[in-house]
Ligand binder design. Structure first.
Ligand code: IVH
Length: 662
């Protein structure tokens, strides 16, 4: 084959593989095969340098940027977005949109995830990437072309068609996937370098390197979300058009015909936020029609036709004032951070976990440090890292004490474990913490019986274990400090109500080691009654989904202890419900309808359908309003469009697997 042709063929193959790997997340060749093609192309290009073109896959990494990044003026300004924080704000946005348009106009919104990275504009002329710039002040930004070229999900040349415009200005977000961020920080920590505070800073720091070879080593990616020049009449069509030209476009965008449906999608993104491999800090809602966008116009830098619904931040910086120790219900002595109160993910945080003593020393955390804390959804806030650069002179290292802070027994650290434990089975912490767990929300959910009340009951000698709760009288409770008749009545009513929670909550509430909420549910839905559970064997338990030998061993040990059996008897005598209703194990998708479309990568379509059905779902081949989820693979077409029109949530194959495996 003539060299010229072989080169052209190699480039085409490599581009196709890069597209599959970086844009579709679905590799089509092994790394070895990819390297072989790349080596061959380099060889031929070395022989014939006259045939090298700027869009050859070998030309992603170029030379140093001398003298810093120059400023470039954008073809059209890069706008920013005004923020909203609630459903009411969204309704007000919708009202403003309606007021700005002629009466009775149909309005469609496109709902997209708001990726937390940095905005860039990529200019293509006649299909070739010629310039890339950061947002800057919106009018002009920094020319980062040489670094942008190293991002493999960005095409150096477009898949062209008759429709490809002579000039195309693609806007989107450069971001660092969560896994790449974790890896980069681990490497930096090992090398004694400062860690990045979050993926956004890591992406920005990586893009602003003067040596593109450094940027090339960082895993960055790009999601396209708009076209400044070269857009279609409908925003959703622009997104589809960008997909066709080889860009990675957030595959989760949906088109809806009401703000209520948009708000529902915001909720669904908020739920899925932690399952994604990239950070999103909200959801963007845009008017679909470009004609309507033009009528609505812009105020300052914000368009009137789009808003960002911002999720509450999940990370914050605060002062670590002290480290205290708490003995848990299994005797583990856990250090906790006492923090200067800070708003985070919708609540005020004053305490955060520090896991164990090793964590504190490995992360170089001292009392008096400024720290970054993280809280996602209902997850307990944790300290993720310290900021040694800001360390005050009087910061001091933490030293683990030798004795249990509750009972003074010397604490021990079992071989191979990170945790220190109080070995005293009568340590007062165990009973108290067990009770706190028993009444807690995911367990028996006894409202009005919080830590303070439990401490008072324990102090008054009215309580030793959960069964005692059901024997409390109104007089006993009303006599407690700051407890009137009315609150005593309410409390007893809440205790009474907890009797009917059912076996699954009860098993969780009993605090059997290894048995979390999910395991308790599986056990309850299999055994159905306490008596059957008490007779369980290790084999029977390990045969259940997601139940390993550790859980089985722990359960069998627990049911063999006379004290536990006695507790169960007393709970039963008090009238606590010992059975479980509800769907059987494996019915988590019951009542849901799935439609699979496009080419899946990890499963075949029948396998995916069988998996959904095994979990209780119905599957269907057509999308309607009743469809719960559409799972869209590669080259999904009409069904995906339909789902987006109807506002049916769309999952990628990966998200489906996560949901199924949960
Ligand atoms: S649209 C008028 N769509 O959010 C259109 N922006 O707060 C302006 N962002 O500067 C941008 N994901 O960096 C749009 N799907 C998305 C986005 C998105 C992230 C960023 C973008 C922008 C900022 C505005």
């Amino acid at each position: 084959m003539p060299v010229r042709e072989e080169i052209a063929k190699l480039r085409e193959q490599i581009r196709a593989h890069e597209y599959s790997y970086y844009v579709l997340d679905a590799p089509t060749v092994t790394d070895d095969e990819y390297d072989r093609l790349m080596r061959r192309l380099k060889e031929l290009e070395a022989e014939r340098p006259d045939l090298i073109t700027p869009d050859s896959p070998t030309q992603r990494v170029g030379g140093m940027v001398a003298g810093g990044f120059e400023q470039v003026v954008h073809l059209a300004p890069l706008l920013s977005l005004s923020n909203v924080f609630s459903r009411e704000d969204l309704t007000a946005f919708d009202a403003r949109v309606r007021a700005g348009l002629p009466e009775d106009e149909q309005i469609e919104y496109v709902v997209e995830p708001k990726i937390d990275g940095l905005a860039c504009s990529l200019v293509y002329e006649n299909g070739l990437l010629v310039r890339a710039a950061t947002r800057g002040d919106g009018t002009a930004g920094e020319n980062v072309t040489s670094n942008i070229r190293t991002i493999k999900s960005i095409p150096l040349s477009l898949y062209q068609s008759a429709e490809t415009p002579a000039v195309l200005d693609v806007r989107g977000e450069v971001y660092m996937p969560k896994k790449a961020f974790a890896r980069l920080n681990a490497e930096r920590e090992a090398a004694g370098e400062a860690e990045f505070a979050n993926p956004r800073n890591a992406a920005a720091g990586s893009l602003r390197q003067l040596d593109p070879a450094v940027t090339a080593k960082r895993t960055l990616a790009f999601f396209a979300y708009a076209a400044g020049v070269g857009a279609k009449d409908k925003h959703a069509d622009t997104l589809r058009f960008l997909t066709g030209m080889g860009f990675k476009v957030s595959q989760g965008y949906n088109t809806v015909d009401s703000i209520d449906k948009a708000a529902d999608l915001v909720d669904s993104w908020a739920k899925r936020r932690n399952m994604l491999d990239f950070e999103i800090d909200g959801v963007v809602i845009k008017v679909n029609s470009v004609r309507q966008q033009a009528i609505l116009g812009v105020t300052g830098k914000d368009p009137r036709w789009a808003v960002a619904y911002k999720f509450p931040a999940e990370e914050a910086e605060t002062l670590l004032e002290d480290i205290i120790l708490r003995v848990g219900r299994t005797g583990v002595v856990t250090p906790a951070a006492v923090l200067s109160p800070v708003r985070l993910a919708g609540s005020t945080v004053r305490r955060a976990t520090l896991h164990n003593a090793d964590f504190i020393s490995q992360k170089d955390i001292m009392v008096g440090d400024y720290v970054i804390i993280h809280k996602a959804g209902d997850i307990i806030p944790e300290v993720v890292r310290s900021l040694p650069d800001k360390r005050p002179a009087d910061a001091r290292p933490f030293v683990m004490p030798e004795d249990c802070p509750e009972c003074g027994t010397p604490i021990i650290r079992p071989e191979g474990e990170a945790a220190w434990r109080c070995p005293n089975p009568h340590c007062p912490a165990l009973g108290r913490e067990g009770l706190i767990h028993y009444v807690s929300r995911g367990a028996m959910d006894i409202e009005g019986v919080g830590e303070k009340v439990l401490f008072a009951l324990l102090g008054a000698g009215l309580l030793r274990d959960p069964a005692d709760l059901y024997a409390l009288t109104k007089e006993e409770v009303a006599n407690l400090e700051r407890m009137g008749d009315k609150s005593a009545e309410n409390m007893l009513a809440a205790i009474e109500m907890s009797k009917g929670r059912g076996l699954s909550r009860l098993l969780f509430a009993l605090g059997i080691r290894q048995v979390g909420e999910k395991a308790a549910k599986t056990l309850a839905r299999h055994f159905r009654s306490m008596d059957a559970f008490l007779a369980a064997t290790e084999e029977e338990i390990t045969s259940l989904p997601d139940m390993g030998p550790k859980i089985a061993e722990s359960v069998v040990t627990w049911v063999s202890l006379p004290a536990n059996l006695e507790l169960v008897e007393r709970l039963k005598a008090a009238g606590v419900l010992m059975t479980e209703e509800g769907p059987s194990v494996g019915d988590k998708f019951s009542g849901k309808t799935f439609v699979f479309t496009g080419t899946l990568e990890k499963l075949t379509r029948p396998e995916a359908e069988a998996m959904a059905e095994a979990l209780g779902a119905k599957t269907s081949s057509s999308v309607s309003k009743k469809t719960s989820y559409v799972v869209a693979g590669k080259e999904a077409g009409g069904k995906l469009d339909k789902a987006q029109q109807l506002g049916v949530p769309v999952l990628s194959e990966e998200e489906f697997l996560l949901l199924a495996g949960e």
